[in-house]
Design a protein around this ligand. Structure first.
Ligand code: PLP
Length: 378
């Protein structure tokens, strides 16, 4: 059986007419830069996220960068974030000349360990940038309390978490800003690179709109230096066309996650399962742990099962951040996750027999003949 990590062709087949029509409308209008399709998408994503404002941008990476620019973050400033994330989170900070300050993760959720943030706050700290990894919102209450206490801005990296909830609040609506990515492998993917910032702050929203168009206001007059961070109309139209399906896709991912939980527990495999700590985990990824991760991945490949390591190297050990002087061993849970974690297929169209095949294949690898007690879900 051949099961990819993600099957975007299956999704496209189910909504082909709607997506093609949306793209066709933009082509007929020949209105490619901002305009009505971008406005519509911004309103829809803001509403979906329970936020007042949406600002369409060119990618999730540029969303993070623009938010940091809007706060005038630069050399001498420190931004606290997690070491276990996609590079864009840390890259946005470093590109502006600011210093990323990496915090270890909670090994159960893979999100920033909030108990370790306070110790990293200094006079130079300006921003806390939590990441809602794999589709689960970080523990935001303590983060917001610390931010309030120290006068810090909070930028949520919600690239993997559109529609996820924390205590009934949508990802992106809790901090000062929320950043989404519509990269094709995210739960709501565009037809290329695209992203969105949401905020409840009207002044900051306006600043971002200016920044995404080279800082121009009015046209050809620049009080600030921005960039070309605009969301393309074609991507906006596709995102708007797909948004009405997002909740059913999320429900299917959650169903698949539950099915895996059950199958793994029944098989009593020595595999670590994802912990659900908030009320709406949207499972952009279903990530298991194994102390024999690399051989397991090679075995699954032979069985035709797609998987991926998110992420093999934590940020504090990346060559480009060697100048920070953080040694191996400094953030042990991030380093352990980088050695043990493996994402397996959880995409909405994955069916029961495919999920069973994935679990059976993993069982075959670990030698399920002699059952071993399952790791606790903590
Ligand atoms: C995908 C992702 C980004 C960047 O989004 P792009 O649209 O690919 O630029 C940032 N942070 C995290 C955690 C991501 O997963």
């Amino acid at each position: 059986m051949n099961i990819p990590l993600l099957d975007l062709k299956a999704q496209y087949a189910s909504i082909k007419n709607e997506v093609n029509a949306a793209i066709g409308e933009v082509l007929e209008s020949q209105h490619f830069i901002l305009g009505p399709k971008v406005d519509e998408c911004e309103k829809a994503i803001a509403a979906y996220s329970n936020c007042a404002h949406g600002i369409g941008v060119s990618s999730g990476s540029d969303a993070l960068l623009a938010c940091l620019m809007a706060e005038n973050i630069g050399p001498g400033d420190e931004v606290i974030t997690t070491s276990y994330t996609f590079f864009a989170t840390a890259g946005a900070i470093a590109r502006l000349g600011a210093t990323p300050v990496f915090v270890d993760i909670d090994p159960n959720t893979y999100n920033i360990d909030v108990s370790q943030i306070a110790a990293k706050i200094t006079k130079k700290t300006r921003v806390i940038l939590p990441v809602h990894l794999f589709g689960q919102v970080a523990d935001m209450d303590p983060i917001m309390n610390l931010a309030q206490e120290h006068g810090l801005v909070v930028i949520e990296d919600a690239a993997q978490a559109i529609g996820a909830e924390y205590k009934g609040r949508r990802a992106g609506s809790i901090g000062t800003y929320g950043c989404f990515s519509f990269f094709p492998s995210k739960n709501l993917g565009a037809t290329g690179d695209a992203g969105m910032i949401v905020t409840n702050d009207a002044e900051r929203a306006e600043k971002l709109r200016v920044l995404r168009g080279h800082g121009s206001k009015p046209k050809y007059y620049h009080q600030v230096v921005g960039g070309n961070f605009r969301l393309d109309a074609i991507h906006a139209a596709v995102v708007s066309a797909k948004l009405p399906h997002l909740d059913s896709w999320t429900a299917a991912r959650q169903r698949n996650a539950k099915r895996y939980d059950q199958l793994f527990r029944e098989a009593e495999l020595p595999i670590g399962l994802p912990a659900v700590a908030t009320n709406r985990h949207i499972f952009n990824q279903y990530v298991i742990r194994s102390t024999s991760r690399d051989p397991l991945q090679a075995f699954l490949k032979k069985k035709g099962v797609g998987s991926e390591v998110y992420y093999p190297v934590p940020m504090h050990l990346q060559d480009c951040f060697a100048y920070l002087g953080i040694r191996a061993g400094a953030l042990p849970e991030s380093e352990r996750a980088a050695r043990e974690s493996l994402a397996i297929p959880v995409y909405p169209e994955l069916n029961d027999s495919q999920a069973r095949y994935v679990v059976e294949s993993i069982g075959e690898f670990v030698g399920a003949a002699a059952p071993v007690p399952a790791l606790s879900r903590t």
